[in-house]
Design a protein around this ligand. Structure first.
Ligand SMILES: [Zn+2]
Ligand SMILES: [Zn+2]
Length: 350
């Protein structure tokens, strides 16, 4: 409860407001942001390269002469046009990105679970409460060993990716959570800003579940290998997460990019995620993974996209897309729908 006699809390909120707004605006200069300039540039270069190669191959098959001037014009009109980037859904994504960059850190982030918290809780619980201190079964100080650090880097990534799959599946399969995840799927066009079209409740789940899985893994390595062990990083991020970031902006764009076989079956390509956004009921709830496709294969939700470009219409597919047109609707609609429809009888669209 704020102390109304002492107004320093107002200055604190104003400071936080300006600070979070500055972070949101300068995100393209921050390497830990999904829209860091290098990740956006790599997505553009890859998108151009893949589309150029596809058109060259197509023109060879039809023995037509390939004209690169025509290519640039058609690339621009399909993937960089005002029709796409100025679409009401894309503009809403950009406005919501700025607003939620302030709302989420101030009101919701302090409630989200963190990997370090889980690690610390397990450590205290085992040592203080049931008084068990698992012995370092590997050689102590072996964190400096490259192989051990590599194993931790890999295991942490698998736990993180698996945690994100579980969180995303909960958002699709638990009906009241689906009401909050619908915001993300109500986007009618995809741009990298659609990544941020996520309700704070959705984001809490997406942050907390991977924090639990990576926290358990980290605790296990801390007690069995070394409390000092860390993973390999690149640009201040986990090295694998950073490497995938160079591709991941295409998943929220309409350029069709798949991985070459057999990788396309075992990794989630941008096209996998575009199918996840399809309004067609036959695609609803497919490809919930982020980088590894193994989880979707195990959960029977995998649909491997064809290498040939597919024309996918994005949206909820339940005729309800137009009730998600304002920032207020993105925040309030889930609560309104739950009040109207109840916690168990939401309109099905997943
Ligand atoms: Zn989803
Ligand atoms: Zn998405």
């Amino acid at each position: 409860m704020p102390d109304f006699n002492n107004l320093t809390w107002i200055y604190e909120w104003v400071y936080q407001f300006v600070f979070q707004l500055t972070l949101a605006i300068t995100a393209p200069l921050t390497s830990t942001s999904d829209i860091y300039w290098a990740y956006l540039l790599s997505a553009l270069v890859l998108g151009v390269g893949v589309t150029y190669r596809r058109r060259t191959l197509a023109s060879k098959e039809h023995t037509e002469s390939f004209q690169s001037i025509g290519f640039w014009r058609s690339f621009q009109s399909k993937y960089l046009s005002k029709k796409l980037w100025g679409h009401p859904s894309a503009l809403l994504d950009m406005r919501y990105y700025v607003v939620n960059a302030i709302v989420f850190p101030l009101l919701f982030a302090p409630l989200a679970l963190q990997s370090q918290t889980v690690d610390h809780f397990l450590k205290v619980w085992f040592e203080k409460i049931i008084q068990i201190t698992p012995a370092n079964i590997l050689t102590s100080g072996s964190f400096e060993d490259i192989a051990t650090k590599l194993v931790y880097t890999l295991v942490f990534f698998v736990a993180y990716d698996g945690g994100r799959f579980i969180a995303h599946s909960l958002l699709h399969d638990v009906k009241w959570l689906w009401e909050f995840h619908k915001i993300h799927h109500s986007a009618q066009v995809l741009t990298p800003f659609t990544t941020f079209r996520v309700h704070p409740v959705d984001l809490m789940v997406m942050v907390s579940v991977p924090a639990l899985t990576t926290g358990i893994v980290t605790w296990l390595f801390h007690v069995t290998v070394s409390p000092e062990i860390g993973f390999y990083t690149l640009l201040n991020l986990h090295v694998f997460i950073c490497l995938f970031n160079f591709i991941d902006n295409i998943r929220h764009w309409n350029v069709w990019v798949t991985y070459p076989a057999p990788l396309n079956k075992w990794f989630i390509s941008p096209a996998h995620h575009q199918l996840h956004h399809s309004a067609d009921p036959k695609h609803w709830g497919c490809n919930r993974g982020f980088e590894l496709a193994i989880w979707d294969h195990l959960y029977k939700t995998a649909i491997t996209p064809s290498v040939l470009e597919q024309d996918v219409k994005f949206g909820l597919g339940d005729g309800d897309d137009l009730s998600w047109r304002t920032i207020g609707q993105l925040y309030i609609n889930p609560f309104k729908n739950l009040l109207i429809r109840g916690f168990t009888s939401t309109k099905q669209s997943y």
